[in-house]
Design a protein around this ligand. Sequence first.
Ligand SMILES: NC(=O)c1ccc[n+]([C@@H]2O[C@H](COP(=O)([O-])OP(=O)(O)OC[C@H]3O[C@@H](n4cnc5c(N)ncnc54)[C@H](OP(=O)(O)O)[C@@H]3O)[C@@H](O)[C@H]2O)c1
Length: 264
Amino acid sequence: MIIAVLGGGVLGEAVAGSLVSGGYEVVVAEKKEERIGELRKLGLNVTNNNRAAVKEADIVILCVKPKDVESAIKEVSEEIKGKILISMAAAVSIDFLKKLAPEAKIIRTMPNLAVLVREAFIAYTPDLNVTQKELEIALEVLNTLGKTCMVDEAQMDVMTAFNGGAPAYMSLIAEAMMYAGLEIGVERDLALTIVAQAMIGTGKLILQGKKTPSEICAMVATPGGVTIEGLFEMESFPIRHAFMKAIKAAVEKARKLSLSFSEH
Ligand SMILES: NC(=O)c1ccc[n+]([C@@H]2O[C@H](COP(=O)([O-])OP(=O)(O)OC[C@H]3O[C@@H](n4cnc5c(N)ncnc54)[C@H](OP(=O)(O)O)[C@@H]3O)[C@@H](O)[C@H]2O)c1
């Protein structure tokens, strides 16, 4: 199976690299000469010919910015007929894509940057004309990049803000913890390793250990102990409120983008 990745930017590079690691044959279609050189240095198969890339592919993954979706799809409108088109673009609806490529089998997705290490969460919505068999083929590809979950398309703006942005929010926590480590004299690299490993470990406690966050807190914070002292200090800062407000604002922004895009 050959997969064409349209757009070799941050996400396209991550998707292509991880699919190659997962054993797929991938061709990246990218316009910028400088970027083509960078991607080739990474060992990726790259072309500047979108039409040729889509023609030889069985599946096309769209990784261009929302503003470039229209021109990118129009360019390959003939070659994409009957093929599975996985769009990773924020804000761009299935309806919009269908107008550009009515005969493609469209699956709209919202992944996050963790596709780079094949640990992404990927929300997806298939168009109604996608058959069960086609969906299975697409999911096999997407599952190479992380965990997948079907959502209603109406949830996609929420997914853009919540899931697409999640690695940035987690990184903010990681950075704050690293600063805390530096302040108490833990060497920078060691501090970051401890924090990152704690994120992986806590994630696994939630997903595999089936613990809720409050159960984990209760198991770590013993009466009169060290951790409760730290948690007590944190109570004076509205941390949950900050996250709730930030993500709500991000959802509003994603909705505005979708709206402006559908009017575009
Ligand atoms: N980055 C993330 O964490 C993330 C997460 C979830 C979803 N997404 C979605 O993924 C998409 C790509 O995001 P990104 O962060 O990877 O953006 P990006 O770094 O700007 O990458 C897009 C790439 O596509 C190229 N391009 C533009 N038009 C093209 C065309 N017609 N054919 C081939 N290549 C073309 C761009 O070149 P130019 O720079 O010359 O235009 C650029 O190199 C967006 O729609 C975004 O919503 C991103």
